[in-house]
Design a protein around this ligand. Structure first.
Ligand SMILES: [Zn+2]
Ligand SMILES: [Zn+2]
Length: 384
C-alpha cells in the first residue's frame, strides 16, 4: 500500500512549491544516514520521501497525480531510487558532502542550506624551530621554552578577516556552500552532480566585503610567541619533535599547522653516545693496568666505583647495564661501557729506562698472553 504523497511530506494538497521543498528538506534531515547509521527503516522512509518530492515538485507530475492518483503517473520516467545507495541519494539531492558536513559540524543554523563557512578552509602553516640541548638534558628529558614565529588569529577580527562590526557573508558565487555544482540530468528527477571548490571564496563559503584593517582580511597576524616544549628522555641529536596544532593558525575556522622542533644536542666531554649506550674511556698507566687498581668512573646518575684486577689489557670493556641513556618513548636504559685505554710512558729518564730494561730481562712467557686484538674489542664495544 503506497502512502499518499501529500501525507508522506506532511503538507496539504494546496501547499505551494516553497512549502513542499521546505517539508522535504526538514524530513530528509531526519533520515540522513549520518543520523540513522543503524536504522534500516530510515533508508526506506527516505526513498518514499524522495519519490513523493520528485512527483510533487514537478508541476506536470503533480497535476497528473492530483487528478488521477498513482494511476496518473504510469509511463512517466520516474527515478528508480532502489539503484542508489543511501548516502548517494543525498548527493543526488543536495550535492557533495555539504549536507553531511553541516550536520557533523553540529547542526544547521537558519534553516536548510545555510552552510556558509562550514566548508573546510586551508590549514595553517607548519613551523620549525631549532632547540639546542645539553647532553644530560637530552638524556633525561627536559621542558624548555622556545620562541615560535608563526601566524596567530588576528585579535582585531578574531580570525574572521572582516572589519569589526561587519561580518562575513555568504559567497554569492557558490551561495555559501563553498562548492560549485555541475548538474547533469539522469532522466526523471534524478541528477548526477559533480562538485568542485568555489574559486571566489576558495571553498570557505563566505567572503568579506570590508576586510579587517589589522590583518588585511586574512584573519591572521604574524606573531612571536613562547611555547613550552616537553622533550622526552632519550632524544638524540638530529631528531625532531612534532607538536600537532602548535604551528601557524589557519584562516577562519581552519585547523592550525604543526610545530616541528629540530633537536641539536651538545656533545659531552666525558661520554660518547652510541645509540642508547654510553662509552667512557678510562685512561690507565701501564703500571696501573698491570698491577690492578681501584678507581671511580663517572656515570650520568652518580659515580661508579670500579675495582680493576691486575692485568688489564688495552681495549678491555667493563659493562654497566642500565646505566646508559633511557630508551626514547620506551622502557629501560642502555648500558655504560668503560673502555680501558692503557697509556705508555714517554720521555723516560736514565733511571726509568734502566728499571724497565731490568724488568724486561725478568719477564717470561707467563707475563704476556695472546689476547684478542684491540680493534676487535673496540668494534665489540661500539657494536656497529
Ligand atoms: Zn583581522
Ligand atoms: Zn564561493
Amino acid at each position: 500500500m503506497k502512502r499518499d504523497y501529500y501525507d508522506v511530506l506532511g503538507v496539504g494538497r494546496d501547499a505551494d512549491d516553497t512549502r513542499i521543498r521546505k517539508a522535504f528538506r526538514r524530513l530528509a534531515r531526519d533520515f540522513h544516514p549520518d543520523v540513522n547509521p543503524d536504522d534500516p527503516q530510515a533508508e526506506a522512509q527516505f526513498k518514499e520521501l524522495a519519490e513523493a518530492y520528485e512527483v510533487l515538485s514537478d508541476p506536470q507530475s503533480r497535476a497528473a497525480y492530483d487528478r488521477y492518483g498513482f494511476d496518473g503517473l504510469r509511463g512517466r520516467p520516474l527515478t528508480d531510487f532502489s539503484h542508489f545507495g543511501f548516502a548517494d541519494l543525498f548527493d543526488v539531492f543536495f550535492g557533495g558532502d555539504m549536507f553531511g558536513s553541516v550536520l557533523r559540524a553540529g547542526g544547521v543554523q537558519g534553516g536548510w542550506g545555510a552552510a556558509a563557512g562550514t566548508a573546510p578552509s586551508p590549514r595553517g602553516d607548519d613551523v620549525a624551530v631549532e632547540l639546542e640541548l645539553e647532553f644530560v638534558e637530552a638524556v633525561f628529558g627536559v621542558t624548555r621554552d622556545v620562541e615560535v614565529e608563526a601566524d596567530a588569529l588576528c585579535e582585531s577580527c578574531e580570525g574572521s578577516g572582516a572589519e569589526p562590526g561587519t561580518g562575513r557573508e555568504a559567497c554569492p558565487q557558490c551561495r555559501g556552500s563553498g562548492r560549485m555544482r555541475e548538474v547533469s540530468s539522469l532522466g526523471g528527477f534524478g541528477q548526477f552532480i559533480r562538485t568542485s571548490t568555489c574559486s571566489l571564496c576558495r571553498g570557505q563559503g563566505s567572503i568579506v566585503r570590508s576586510p579587517c584593517g589589522a590583518c588585511l582580511g586574512t584573519g591572521k597576524r604574524r606573531t612571536t610567541r613562547t611555547t613550552s616544549v616537553e622533550v622526552p628522555a632519550g632524544i638524540a641529536d638530529g631528531q625532531r619533535l612534532r607538536l600537532g596544532g602548535e604551528g601557524g593558525a589557519g584562516g577562519a575556522g581552519a585547523r592550525s599547522g604543526d610545530l616541528y622542533v629540530l633537536v641539536a644536542v651538545r656533545p659531552d666531554e666525558r661520554f660518547v653516545r652510541d645509540g642508547d649506550d654510553l662509552v667512557y674511556r678510562l685512561d690507565l698507566t701501564m703500571i696501573d693496568a698491570s698491577l690492578g687498581l681501584n678507581t671511580v668512573v663517572p656515570a650520568l646518575d652518580g659515580d661508579i666505583e670500579l675495582r680493576l684486577p691486575p692485568g688489564v689489557q688495552p681495549g678491555d670493556v667493563k659493562l654497566f647495564r642500565n646505566r646508559g641513556v633511557p630508551v626514547l618513548q620506551g622502557y629501560g636504559r642502555g648500558d655504560l661501557k668503560v673502555v680501558m685505554n692503557v697509556t705508555v710512558p714517554r720521555n723516560l729518564s736514565d733511571d726509568q729506562r734502566e728499571l724497565l730494561q731490568r724488568f724486561e730481562e725478568l719477564t717470561t712467557d707467563r707475563n704476556y698472553q695472546p689476547d684478542e686484538s684491540f680493534l676487535d674489542k673496540l668494534r665489540a664495544a661500539f657494536r656497529q
